[in-house]
Design a protein around this ligand. Structure first.
Ligand code: GLN
Ligand code: ZN
Length: 763
């Protein structure tokens, strides 16, 4: 018999109940007990939804983040959060997650947050020092185990070596010096779990799919040899990529079972079977836990059946990874058109597919003939649908030529031309695009959706909003203006709504961090742009002012990385289709008079594969897509791009090869660490390293911004510097934005005097 299990289930709730409860608690509207009750109900519901499986995960739930939970379990919070003393454990937990937004009004910055491998989920980074110590508090996990009837449950924990590797050393110590101390705490956890009657424990070591040095492998080796002495069956769990050069090593670790991501690493199956010792369970992650498509069950069975025959009950089957990265339940999505809906599978549906597979393996395909036929029809309908295949798009793809991604002149030539048309002062000031998304704007959008506003009324009201935004920017004195993006609920969803081949959902939320969720659109078919998307807004904004207004687009790679993307063709081809559609928009903006066009690639870095060896291929097509989007414009049109992160050292050559005229970057939030890269790399064109952090409600200080500009001018010639915030302002309030930008403008004026007074002939 084949065994079914699941690695983790979404915890936000099918109606985002956890989000609502968390935010109510943070705003003092409900008590801790009510929040805990909501959490308990979600867990109970999740258990029900997974009830048909042989092993259901427990402990995969989290009030905010499972890495922070691991820190809590092992008594390891950064020292600065030890005070205040008189707050509850729960409030301290949120204090670390959220910093001073917490209930008690303390002023600490939160722990750093970073991306969980190559997903869009963010975890709270543990902080290590040489003195870090650990203890074990299994109570919250035991409590969750206690909520079940105890049968068929499999607690889930993060393994010690991944935990250490995901943290950061704050005093320069090697985190591995802490391993022995940490393993003592794990020993004590195991003892508690054994006492609670646990048979199987899922222990996640996702770092096994990344490049590991000998030292880190050794740590894994030590840890799992030591754990052998516990009478507990460990399911060592890996996901998000093939094991690659860690495969044999992972097979040999002394555990009871190994879980692998076969949706991304199917090629490894034969080696796994060869290397895995005969007494071990092999858990096959056969269903893609990262994407929303129905699996082709018959095709899966074609290769699973022989494996099952060979390994019999040693085979377990599961989704490839935790279902945390999927929306909960497709049945909520009633407005989606039935044809598309029939191709999709969210968390609940994936588990249904898993059970069909198990039954087919255990009792033969005829036992589930009906379900398999239905699945085959859905797969065929998707494969053959005319909505997916668009001959015009295919033809355009074939006609892409290298010169389409090539500006007609070098940056040096373009710069002169652009200076003549733009007449900008040195250190030109601008923003990243969005201005506050106020309650009023959101109400307008709802009004349009629900029919209380006609499209004409909606358009008129947005125009008023744009006119206000232009007036505000002129009053502040900014040099390059934006229309403010009031029409965009989200920088990806807005474009998805306007492109063919894309669908947007109403309820398909996925947790990004804490109470924050995202609703990635679904890119299902060949992408085409039926009509212009942003041109009218930008043109209207430009009609109100003499100053240049930037046209604003989200870039192809960002659209791709923040969507659920079709899995029936290489990502590179999909990226090129997006690029062609956006290129048309760029050219239409230019034709409508835009002298500056910004193409945001906020998520370009996020798409980097987990293994270094695969970076080059990704960067090549990402670069090609950007260049195809941007570089069809005339020499005097200035192309900007924006990226909201500061870790650039390792991809600076790609960034430079995008050949944008101006790039604006996050810098202030990450304490100028961005600038180091410009010590060693001579970036050829213009750069706007953010002078203030837009995540903070504080009004930035003029002197501090001047200092940042000075620091930038030490590395980058001042003639090529721009002055701008770190990122868009949509999450801020107008009463914060106006004084902040006024200060920024003043800082720019002071620095123009300081840096350019002696050089009046420049610019
Ligand atoms: N133009 C977008 C904005 O200002 C960019 C957002 C982003 O980089 N994430 O909101
Ligand atoms: Zn940004």
């Amino acid at each position: 018999m084949v065994t079914t299990h699941n690695l983790g289930f979404p915890r936000i709730g099918d109606r985002r109940q956890l989000k609502t409860a968390l935010e109510a608690y943070w705003q003092n509207q409900i008590e801790a007990g009510q929040l805990q009750e909501t959490a308990r109900l979600i867990r109970a519901h999740n258990l029900q939804l997974q009830a048909g499986l042989d092993w259901v995960p427990v402990g995969d739930f989290s009030l905010y983040d499972h890495v922070l939970d691991t820190s809590r379990m092992f008594g390891h919070y950064p020292a600065r959060f030890e005070s205040p003393k008189d707050i509850s454990d729960l409030d301290r937990y949120f204090l670390i997650a959220r910093g001073r937004g917490s209930r008690d009004g303390a002023t600490e910055a939160p722990a750093e947050m970073t991306k969980w491998f190559d997903t869009n989920y963010h975890y709270l980074v543990p902080e290590w020092t040489r003195e870090s110590s650990f203890r074990c508090d299994p109570a919250p996990l035991l409590e969750q185990i206690g909520e079940t009837d105890g049968s068929g449950i499999k607690p889930v924990i993060l393994g010690p070596v991944s935990f250490l590797k995901l943290g950061k050393s704050v005093d320069g110590c090697n985190p591995l010096v802490l391993l022995d101390r940490l393993l003592n705490a794990y020993d004590s956890l195991f003892a508690s779990l054994i006492e609670a009657g646990i048979e199987w424990l899922q222990i996640d070591e996702p770092i096994l799919v990344t490049d590991l040095t000998q030292e880190w492998r050794h740590a894994l080796h030590m840890s799992y040899h030591r754990f052998q002495r516990h009478p507990l069956k460990l399911l060592l769990t890996t996901y998000f990529a093939p094991l690659g050069d860690n495969l044999r090593f992972a097979c040999e670790l002394p555990v009871a079972g190994l879980h692998v991501d076969l949706s991304r690493g199917r090629d490894e199956l034969a080696s796994l079977i060869d290397w895995l010792p005969a007494h071990k369970i092999l858990s096959l992650g056969v269903l893609d836990g990262r994407n929303v498509w129905k699996s082709d069950l018959n095709a899966l069975l074609d290769w699973l059946e022989p494996v099952h025959e060979r390994l019999a009950e040693r085979i377990w089957i599961a989704p490839s990874c935790s279902l945390l990265h999927l929306p909960v339940d497709l049945r909520r999505e009633t407005a989606l058109d039935p044809e598309l809906s029939n191709w999709l599978s969210f968390a609940v549906q994936k588990l249904g597919e898993l059970q069909i597979l198990a039954k087919a393996l255990n009792q033969g395909r005829p036992a589930v003939a009906e379900a398999l036929n239905e699945n085959a029809r859905a797969i065929r309908s998707r494969r053959e649908s005319t909505r997916i295949h668009n001959a015009r798009v295919q033809q355009r793809l074939e006609r892409i030529t290298p010169d389409m991604g090539q500006r007609s002149a070098s940056y040096a030539v373009r710069r002169l031309q652009q200076q003549q048309t733009l007449h900008l002062p040195p250190l030109p000031t601008t923003t990243i695009g969005s201005f506050p998304q106020t309650g009023d704007i959101r109400r307008l959008r709802r009004g349009l959706r629900e029919g209380s506003l006609t499209p004409g009324e909606y358009r008129e009201r947005l125009r008023q909003e744009i006119a206000d935004t232009i007036r505000q920017q002129e009053a502040i004195g900014l040099d390059v203006l934006v229309h403010g993006e009031p029409e965009r609920n989200d920088m990806v969803e807005y474009f998805a709504e306007h492109l063919q081949g894309y669908a947007v959902t109403r309820h398909a939320w996925v947790q990004s961090y804490g109470s924050r969720c995202v609703k990635p659109p679904i890119l299902f078919g060949d992408v085409e742009r039926p009509t212009r998307i942003t041109v009218e807004w930008t043109r209207y904004a430009q009609s109100l002012t003499e100053r240049p207004v930037k046209g604003m687009l989200s870039g192809p790679v960002t659209l791709l990385n923040w969507s659920f993307v079709r899995d029936d063709q290489p990502l590179a081809s999909t990226a090129m289709q997006l690029a062609l559609a956006l290129r048309d928009e760029v050219l239409d903006l230019e034709a409508a008079g835009a002298r500056i066009i910004q193409i945001d690639e906020a998520a370009l870095r996020e798409g980097l594969p987990l293994r270094r060896a695969n970076w080059q291929e990704y960067l090549e097509w990402a670069l090609k897509a950007f260049r195809l989007t941007a570089n069809g414009v005339a020499e005097q049109t200035q192309i900007h791009t924006h990226m909201c992160y500061s870790r650039f050292n390792d991809i600076i050559e790609t960034i430079s090869a995008m050949d944008a005229d101006v790039i604006t970057l996050e810098n202030a939030r990450s304490a100028d660490s961005l600038l180091d890269v410009f010590d060693s790399f001579d970036y050829p064109s213009e750069i706007g390293p953010g002078v203030y952090d837009i995540h903070s409600t504080n009004i930035p200080d003029i002197n501090q911004m001047c200092e940042r500009i000075r620091a930038a001018a030490r590395r980058i010639p001042a003639e090529r510097l721009w002055i701008n915030p770190d990122c868009g302002l949509k999450t801020r309030q107008w009463q914060e934005v106006i004084p902040a930008l006024q200060n920024m403008q003043q800082a720019a004026q002071l620095m123009r005097k300081e840096l350019f007074a002696q050089r009046p002939d420049q610019d």
